[in-house]
Structure formats: structure tokens, C-alpha cells
Design a protein around this ligand. Structure first.
Ligand code: FES
Ligand code: FE2
Length: 336
């Protein structure tokens, strides 16, 4: 493993952000919502990488489509509508009507198209979609890395924990004035926790001498003692972190980019009914250390933007290096 951080230019260039969209984000899976938010027979709109996204659950199975009518591009639903039960998706523009599997079932004045009209030729455009660990994952484009590869370490280290049923208890989003990689690096950074989070995360993770690390081809883990078990912090591609407590609680953190110097912190808390009563306290506790991190990442972005040459990586920053090398590999690929 090379002992050097990525160059600062990769955190500030518009052209880099565009290449990331095509070479990095498009080939990976993105956590778009918790499985529990979409009941059978429901549909909902969302956004993924600037694309309008439509999710539908039919016969238990979730599908992802581009929320765009194939006729002239109109979205079927608005993200503000939230999940709702729906048998047919009717385009508000000219009334093309789809089922929840993305098949065109009717078009207005169907006999009067200029050329012969075949419904089967006009399905909704779909994206690869899977459910795993209580989360709906959608790939940013066709032919992604297998999801099992992207989540390799999570599936190896705690397969039973991953399968445990959970529902979404809280969800929040905070805008950050930094490139997504500054925020992702920071959440992979085990060097700063004792210094920058002495009263918050450091208490949860305990002394550095008890840290256990694991790396795989696509992910990294920091495990720290917690009661009789371990508190697991997974760093995952593309900009995602999964925190698992031995009592079954799961927090998902991700930093989707909004612009080259802005991203959003998404935080979801998942658990079972036993965790619901204390979810507000759990959320407040996580937001305390994430607010400490907000100051760090927004400060570091200013340093990167002013032409920093990053200093030497520490042993406790190996998880950052590991992710940066995966990023560099994908960005260097000539395909797509
Ligand atoms: S844009 Fe949807 S029916 Fe025309
Ligand atoms: Fe931090």
C-alpha cells in the first residue's frame, strides 16, 4: 500500500467530479432508503446522483426505475409525495400508464400514433436494485461491481447481524461545505477520534490500544470492545459507513456529493421495536459527534482548496489509504 494521500486537486476540480460520476459512482451501489419505508404495493420518488429515481415494490420485490416517462420525460411522482400505494403509474402529461413492474399498460389515443405503436417497446428505464441488511441499494449505472463484493467485509464479519430484521427509526440530513471525500476520509480516520471527540465517539470506541482493524478488497472495519461484544464501524464504497452495535442497532452514514465543494451527510438509524423508545437519545448522541466532525471537514476543505500538499499518513489512517486506492483504481479504469 502506497503511503501517500490523494492529491488535493482531486478534492477541488469540476472535471474530477464529472469523472467520479462516470467512473466511480456509476459502477457502485448506493443506499437509497431503508427497506421498511416501502411497503408492498407502494411506489416512491427519490434522487440518485442527480437522476430522478422511482422505487416500486410489487409482490415483495423492489425495482428501481428512472422517474421519467419514456414519451417526453415527465416524472411520474415527486419526492415530496413520499411512499404511497399505487396500482398504476399515470403520467400527468399525456397519460401513459405503467404498472409497478415498469410495463406500459395503456397510452392515450393509442390507435393514432404516426408509426405503428408497440407498448412492449416502451418500458420504464430500470437500474439494478437489491435489498440487503434492511436497505434498498440501487446501482448508479448498468453492470456494477457485484453488491456482495462491495459489501464483502460486512458479509464476512457479521452475516447474522446483517440479516437481523430492522426498521427505520430516524432519518436526518445535514449539508456540509466540503467535497464528499473530505467527509468520507474523516469518517474512516481512526487517528482523530481520541483528540477531536474525547467526550463523544471516543467514549463509545474506547482506548486506541483496543482497536481491531480489518481490510478487504472494497471495505474496511474498525472494531472496538462494547460490553460483551464489539462495536463495528465499517467503511464502504462509495461514500458510506455502517455502524453496528452488539444490541442490533445499525446506523448508516453517507455523504452523497452535491457539488465539488459540497455534500450532504445522511444519517439513518435502524433497529427493532425495543430500540424505538430511546431513538431520540441515540440520534442526539450521534449528531453531537457529527457536529464536531462538521467543523473539521469544513476546515479541512479550506486547506485542500488553498493548495495543500497532504502530510504523511499515520498507521491509524490506513482505512483512508485503503479507500483512496480503491477510488484511484476505479477512476483510472478506461471503461466505461
Ligand atoms: S410525457 Fe408522459 S405521457 Fe407524454
Ligand atoms: Fe470524526
Amino acid at each position: 500500500m502506497t503511503a501517500a494521500f490523494l492529491a488535493a486537486e482531486l478534492y477541488t476540480g469540476e472535471a474530477v467530479a464529472l469523472r467520479e460520476r462516470q467512473h466511480y459512482a456509476a459502477r457502485l451501489w448506493h443506499a437509497v432508503t431503508a427497506s421498511s419505508t416501502l411497503a408492498d404495493g407502494q411506489v416512491m420518488a427519490d434522487q440518485l446522483l442527480g437522476m430522478p429515481l422511482l422505487l416500486s415494490r410489487d409482490g415483495g420485490e423492489v425495482r428501481a426505475f428512472i422517474n421519467r416517462c419514456p414519451h417526453r420525460g415527465m416524472p411520474f411522482l415527486d419526492p415530496a409525495d413520499g411512499p404511497r400505494s399505487c396500482r398504476r403509474l399515470v403520467c400527468p402529461y399525456h397519460g401513459w400508464t405503467y404498472d409497478r413492474r415498469g410495463r406500459l399498460r395503456a397510452a392515450a389515443r393509442e390507435a393514432e400514433f404516426i408509426d405503428p405503436f408497440d407498448r412492449a417497446a416502451w418500458p420504464l428505464a430500470s437500474l439494478p436494485c437489491r435489498e440487503l441488511a434492511g436497505v434498498i441499494w440501487v446501482a448508479g449505472g448498468p453492470g456494477p461491481l457485484p453488491l456482495e463484493d462491495q459489501l464483502d467485509l460486512l458479509l464476512q464479519q457479521c452475516p447474522a447481524q446483517v440479516q437481523r430484521p430492522r426498521r427505520l427509526l430516524r432519518r436526518t440530513a445535514v449539508p456540509l461545505r466540503c467535497n464528499w471525500k473530505v467527509a468520507h476520509d474523516n469518517t474512516l480516520d481512526d487517528y482523530h477520534v481520541a483528540i477531536a471527540h474525547p467526550q463523544t465517539l471516543h467514549r463509545e470506541q474506547g482506548p486506541v490500544r483496543h482497536y481491531r482493524h480489518a481490510l478487504s478488497d472494497h471495505a474496511s472495519l474498525l472494531a472496538t470492545p462494547w460490553g460483551e461484544g464489539e462495536f463495528l464501524t465499517f467503511g464502504l464504497a462509495p461514500w458510506t459507513h455502517l455502524l453496528l452495535w452488539p444490541d442490533g442497532r445499525l446506523a448508516l452514514i453517507q455523504f452523497p456529493p452535491l457539488a465539488v465543494d459540497r455534500c450532504r451527510l445522511d444519517l439513518w438509524l435502524l433497529g427493532d421495536d425495543g430500540h424505538a423508545a430511546s431513538a431520540d437519545d441515540w440520534l442526539a448522541e450521534l449528531l453531537r459527534f457529527l457536529e464536531e466532525d462538521r467543523r473539521l471537514v469544513e476546515g479541512a476543505q479550506q486547506g485542500y482548496a488553498s493548495g495543500l500538499q497532504p502530510g504523511p499518513p499515520h498507521r491509524l489512517e490506513l482505512r483512508i489509504l485503503q479507500h483512496q486506492q480503491l477510488y484511484a483504481r476505479l477512476m483510472a479504469d478506461s471503461a466505461p
